[in-house]
Ligand binder design. Structure first.
Ligand code: NAP
Length: 324
């Protein structure tokens, strides 16, 4: 009998033939995130679980799956939806899908940066609502070219956004846990403490992983250090930002605006003010939603599953200590 694999939402079928040969694969057809009850109902007896759309995998899900579960192959580079500690305690490898979504996500970050700076949303509404005017004073925004860009988390995606900034003639500052001498020389970019970077930048783009120590890294006091003309871009995770503080800062004119691909919670309720505040642009977590990136993410997740089901080391394990 083939080992059973459950994919909790639709993914690119074109990347699955190899996995289907090896395993009995079931794909949940609903596009929304699987709810906790569905997760508990879906996991008993699985050998492999592929959570999609941030479906939550906690200790209860792992225990309900039982001892047959050999891998949690998360779809995405961020894996804050998986209790990695609980998986490690049960010696279950957790994998992610890094690298293949870097350029796609950086494109969305830079797109949001320009959209918020140059007020694309208001422009589209004006054009659609018969308020088209070629008026000298209309919709002045922030200049992108030549401005100062701050990158919080100069990892894979942060570096790709920094490269885009350089192509726009921007000066790039960054803050990460560790200094990056090679990037400082090659981009070039300059290291700053978080406090100093916040005060200096025209645009701040967030790219750190969401962990207990990075939750609300951009909180009220941090926002208060920023320029009144500054714009915040977040394609990392909604929980990196104190959303109520961000909303208040934009509403009160203490910063100029924001472009958010991620919110807290996700999805926001339709009447959440974050969706309706002038100057805040929200896209529904589409950072990696290009044909190429999403197909490649499926291929990488399938490779991780296939490796473990064949008794090999998965290429993208985030808790390698369980592999021995
Ligand atoms: P990555 O290469 O691991 O980069 C993360 C960076 O954050 C690293 O440079 C790291 O610094 C830095 N960092 C971690 N903790 C920090 C802290 N406490 N203070 C300052 N810097 C810290 O990850 P990635 O591939 O670029 O992905 C970044 C995040 O983007 C993911 O975790 C995910 O949540 C999000 N994402 C979102 C989408 C979307 O659709 N919107 C798509 C893909 C990814 P060091 O280098 O010093 O360790």
């Amino acid at each position: 009998m083939k080992p059973r694999v459950w994919i909790t939402g639709p993914v690119a079928e074109a990347a699955l033939p190899g996995l289907r040969e090896l395993a009995d694969v079931t794909m949940r057809p609903a596009p929304e995130k699987a709810l906790p009850d569905e997760m508990l109902a879906g996991v008993p007896g699985l050998a492999g679980l592929l959570p999609v759309n941030g479906a939550r995998v906690d200790a209860e899900v792992l225990d309900t799956a039982g001892p047959s579960l050999r891998i949690v192959a998360n779809f995405g580079v961020g894996y804050d939806n998986v209790d990695v500690g609980a998986a490690t305690a049960r010696r279950i490898p957790v994998t992610n899908t890094p690298d293949v979504l870097v350029e796609s996500t950086a494109d969305v970050a830079f797109g949001l940066l320009i959209a918020a700076a140059r007020r694309f949303g208001e422009g589209q509404s004006a054009a659609r609502e018969d308020r088209w005017q070629w008026a000298q004073g209309l919709m002045w925004g922030q200049e992108v070219s030549g401005a100062t860009l701050g990158i919080l988390g100069l990892g894979r995606i942060g570096s790709a956004v920094a490269r885009r900034g350089r192509a726009f003639g921007m000066r790039v500052l960054y803050h990460s846990r560790s200094r990056k001498p090679e990037a400082e020389f090659a981009l070039p970019c300059e290291y700053r403490s978080l406090e100093d970077m916040l005060a200096e930048v025209d645009f701040l783009s967030l790219h750190v992983a969401l962990k207990p120590e990075t939750r609300h890294i951009l909180n009220g006091p941090a926002l208060a250090r920023m320029k009144r003309t500054a714009i915040v871009v977040n394609t990392g995770r909604g929980g990196l930002v104190d959303q109520a503080a961000l909303l208040a800062a934009v509403r009160d004119g203490r910063i100029a605006g924001a472009g958010l691909d991620v919110t807290d919670p996700e999805p926001p309720s339709p009447d959440d003010p974050i969706l309706h505040a002038p100057g805040i642009y929200v896209t529904p977590h589409i950072g990696s939603a290009s044909v190429g990136a999403r197909t490649a993410m499926t291929r990488v997740a399938a490779e991780n599953l296939t490796a473990v089901l064949r008794g090999r080391r998965p290429p993208n394990c985030v808790n390698p200590e369980v592999l021995g």
